[in-house]
Each structure stands twice: as structure tokens, then as C-alpha cells.
Design a protein around this ligand. Sequence first.
Ligand code: HDE
Length: 702
Amino acid sequence: MGNKKHDGIEQPSSNAKQEQLNTFRVQNDGKPLTTNQGLRVDDDEHSLKAGTRGPTIMEDFHFREKMTHFDHERIPERVVHARGFGAHGVFELYESLSEFTKAKFLTDTSKQTPIFIRFSTVAGSRGSSDTVRDVRGFAVKFYTEEGNYDLVGNNMPVFFIQDAIKFPDFVHAVKPEPPNEIPQASSAHDTFWDFVGTNTESAHMIMWVMSGRALPRSFRMMEGFGVHTFRFINEEGKSHFVKFHWKPKLGIHSLVWDETQKVAGKDPDFNRRDLWDAINEGNFPEFELGVQILKEEDEFSFSFDILDSTKLWPEEVVPVRIIGKMTLNRNTDNFFAETEQVAFHSGHVVPGIDFTNDPLLQGRLFSYTDTQLLRLGGPNFAEIPINRPITPVHNNQRDGMHRMTINPGQVSYHNNGLANNTPSTPPQSDGEYRHHEEKIEGRKIKARSHSFDDHFSQAAMFWHSMSTIEKGQIVDAFRFELGKVLSKEVRQRVVDVFSQVAEELAEQVAVEIGATATKGVAVEPTFISPALSMMNTVKSAATRKVAVLVSNGFSATEINGLLQALTQAKVKAEIVSKTQAPIAGDDGTMLEPKQSLLTAASVLYDAVYIAGGQQSVTELLSDVKSSEFVREAFLHYKTIAAVGEGKELLTAAKVALDNSANNNGALSGILLRTESQSDDTFANSFIESIAQHRHWDRTFHP
Ligand code: HDE
């Protein structure tokens, strides 16, 4: 596996993990069928019977082995984050952080560290939809030369609770309700909002969950956060506080609520498929790793406690230093073996990374191993291929369910004399993990520091940092969620809580759900953080998906030119027609539609292009689904381009065309090609418009 020499020690290569996994791959192509004992099987269609119409015989070991294995195929799903999707990749470091940490993967810029990532939703079961309103898990396993390091984060920088002992309560509240297991993968029900109303520490996180951050357009377009404050420890043993960030190169973009609900029906695997396709097509998702670093001396220089996971460090106050990049470049071979069996743990650290006393983090350090014991059936889950480190493992642990390692030798204890006291611990520092010697003093007490008492300032900071559009979306989210709550007391209690965050928010929500907001109790925002608004993010058309609505009689020059321009800009086009039967262009060119109006829906695309040509448009118009397609794209703020007669489809779809706007007489994001515009110019303005992601300034909220 290893070949490069470094400090005289054999180094694993950047492909080390893939090479290791390859040794476990079993390729069936062209091979004879066998039982698990390696016995070749004569027939896999019929069980062994006493006569062709007789009973099945116990002796049929092949039938019994096959059926028994099948009966045991399921393992318990994760209690939270059950629905997830994984991919392989690599992490590269831009600059050495040796000033702060001795972690080798963060100090040697020549290194490429293999990683495995698993994105997830939190509340839903394994088979639930991707596009629900929820936090997204963002868990990365780094296979470093010093052992596995897991950065088990989320796509939001704060959490619902301050102390791990409340996690089971929070999760019970958000999960489907016990009497009937309803609703699936949704926080819009009484127990969740009852928890929010009675546990005000969740206020800040709720603001994030009610925002577009909870509806990501793509896993490739979300930020990731380590959430807790961790420690970096350098060679001298000096500690700094650190928070981890992942920044997506494509920017942060969300779907709109109405869209997510429809996508959940049309394609429940929307986010999975998006990641899978992007990697297969060579559009490798990239995320930059950033760190916010604080000196130990600055621990108490904030208005909040840095050990409180319901607080973030505004990026404008503590800048995020970008230090490296993760590229996701390989899909899994087998979902179960890799994504389902991967076992993360915030306690999997390497020298140079240590913990703080954040009471949420402290509890996680217990929970993750415990949960794997149940889920993966015993203490040997670290031997499962996806969980194995690329470094050798030597210790005196033995036996247990499904042990793979064969440990020869008489000795399995420490200290020993019979094996020269090996495996050994070094007498002095030699690359081993040493816990940071933090001085601790205090009384044993079941309580929380008063520095954790402020539950509203940062919730207010979030609200006041939002654009008008985002505020509108947050209000709508509260209205929907609370509108689904049956208990009037719960609704009122939540409004009482958010009256303390922002008066206008509470009022706008209250008026819609029959509750009353309290005036004059909201906290003053202490800070505005532009980095929190998604409006200020990177904008790019690359890897966006466009539906090209076209039928027989289209202009071949127009469509060829368009497809070429889109490919060049890395925009993915799909031909959608009335049916999937081939269609003919004006010069006889044939196109094979990838989708029909029956199989596709505009919610699965970022933009729509309506080709010109009377015959094409008339054929499309003959199916009412075409105007529904365009109407929906319009209501979801998407770019719609129409050429020539294509405008008829806009009219049929009742798409407002505001002649007072500058954009060639159309509303923002609605592009009509004029006679004088060339195919090229028009295609380019279409691409520019797609890069805007959505045209929020259209004046309605679907
Ligand atoms: Fe987790 N969490 N968590 N969590 N968490 C799990 O571990 C837990 C928390 C996160 O893709 C479980 O293997 C406690 C914060 C992710 O496999 C479990 C507390 C953050 C994943 C568990 C928290 C996370 C999990 C369930 C409160 C963001 C999915 C299955 C102290 C920083 C990892 C499993 C994957 C999964 C416990 C809070 C992120 C039960 C007790 C805060 C991304 O061990």
C-alpha cells in the first residue's frame, strides 16, 4: 500500500484507502455461482422438492442458506441521520498549520489524504425523501497516516441544545409521534414545537432550520460546520481554540418550500441523484476547509460562551482562514458496505486535535461508539473495510462478534514480559496521541454556566442579517410549521418565544396562525453578519440542470448552438418533449428526448428553455402539462428563456411579462429572444441568468 518514504517511515499513498477497499471487492462477472462455502451450485431457480409438485425438503442447504441470509439483510438504521449518501474523495492542504497543530494532514502540503463523506438528513427514516425541511449531516472521515480523523458536522453552525443529556428529548420531540408514527421526516407537528416553546435554547437553531439552509438545492451547494469549539495543539503543546468550516465552491443555494414538497414526490432521491450524477459526469464537487482560530487568552472576550454550541463566531469578527480543499471524486461501489456501514465518531481524532468542555461535544464522545455497537452488531466495526484506518492497528483487544483479525501469539495483555512488552507505548513523545493537559477545577454539579443563559441575541442576529426575501421565507416556514400544530397553546408559546427574537417576525407569524405576538420584548441585535445571508454567495451556472422544451419542427441551428453553449458552460441540458419518441428538426436532424412531459417535471430543473418554431410550440401546447411545466418554473423563480413562437407557451402558462422592466420587456429571469439577437448572445444571457440561481425579486411567494 505504502511507498513514499517520509521521516524514515513508510507512508501510505493518497490512493491507500482505495487500494485497501479494492482487496475486499468481489467481482461476479463471468464467475460460477457458489454457496457461501464456495460450493458450486447446479440450480438457483428451484428449491429441492419431493416431486415437482411436492413439499420442499429440509436437506436443501442451498435454499436455507440463501433465505437465512436474506432474512438477516437489514441492520438497525441510525437513530438519527438514518438517510444518508456517501462518496469518496481526497483532501489537499494549501498551507501548513504547524503554528497551531501538529496533525500531519494539516501541516504537510505535499500530502493527499483520502476521505469518505456521508451527507444525511436527521429526522427521517432510511427511506424518507431527500428534500425535507431539516438539518443536513456533513460527516467526513479522513484516512490520515496517523489514524482516522472524523469531522462529524452539520450544514448549520449551531445546534438545538446546549447539553448532550437533552439530545434524546430533542430527538424524541422531532421524530414522528409515538401513537401513530406520523409525520415522517417533518418537524411540522406538535411535539417538536412543544419542545421549541419550552426549551428556548433552541431559538437560534430554529432560525436556521426555518431558513433556506434547511432546503439545500444540492449537497454540493451547502456549507459544512464542525459546530463545536475544538482545540488545535501544536508541537510545543500549546493550545488554540478552533472551529471548522467547509465552503462549497459552487456557493450556497436552496430550493423553495413549494418546490421541495413536489420534488419529494417526483424524485425522493433528488439530492442523492444530484451528487451521484455530478461525480459520474466528472463534475467533482469541491469544498474548501476553513478554520476560525482563537487564542486561549481570548476565551472570555465574547458576549457569549465559546463552549456553547448554540452560538457561532461571526466570520466578520473571527475570519475564516481557508487552508485546503476536499474533492469528491469517486462514487461508492456498494451503498450498504460503504455508506450504511461507515461509522463516524467525533472522538476519532489524531494528534494535534483535541476537545473542549463543550457539554454537547462531551456527550457525543460517549454516544457514537455506543450507537455503532448496536447498529453494527459488536465491537469489531472498525474492521469493516470502510472503517479501517490505512495505518496498521496493534493492540491487545481480542475476540468479539465477527472478529476478522487473526492475532497469533500467546500474549494479549499489557504489561507483558513474554513479548517484550509489545505492542508498546513510547517512553517519550513519538507521534502518539497525548491528551491536552487542561487544568480543571470545580465542584461536581448538575448545572449549566450562566454564560449559556442568553438564548436570543444570536437568533436575532440571524434574523437581522437576512435579506427581505429570506425573511419572507422564514416567516412562511414558521406559518407552515406552526399551522400544522394542533395545540393552540403550543402555537402561542412559540410565538411568545420568537417575540423575544424579533417583533416583526412574531407579528407576521402570529397573524396567520391565530396567535398574538408580544410587543416590546425583542432583544436588540448586537451584530449583523452578512456572511449568514445566502444572497451574498458565489453564483455559477456550472452543473445546473436545464429542461429544453422542444418538439418536431425545431430549428436545428438554434438547438445545436444552444446545446453547445450550455456544454461549454458546464450546464447540463435535457431534452424534454411531448413523448420520448425521436423528434425531427427543420433540416431532418433527429433528437432523442431524454424525458417526456409525463416523466419530467420543472421542479427537477434549474431553468427552462422553450425552443422556437411554430410546429414545435403547437405540439407542446397540445399537452396541458407543458404550460404547467413553465408556470411552475415561473412560480419557483427560475430562469425561463423563450425563442420566437416559444413566447406562446409563456402566455399559456400565464407568466407575467412586465413591459416596464429593462430586460427586453420581460420580468427578471424571463428571457425573450429578439429578432436582432444572435443564437450565441441569447445563449450567453441565458447562462448568465441561470447563474443567478433564482430570481427572487419576482414579487410573489408561492
Ligand atoms: Fe450526532 N449522532 N449527536 N450530531 N450526528 C449520530 O451516530 C449525538 C450532533 C451528526 O453520517 C449518531 O452513527 C448526540 C451535533 C452526524 O453516519 C449518534 C448529540 C452534530 C451524524 C449521535 C449529537 C451531529 C450523527 C446516530 C448531542 C453536528 C451522522 C448514528 C450531544 C456537529 C453520521 C451514528 C453519519 C449521528 C449522537 C449532536 C452530527 C446517536 C448524543 C451537534 C452528521 O451517535
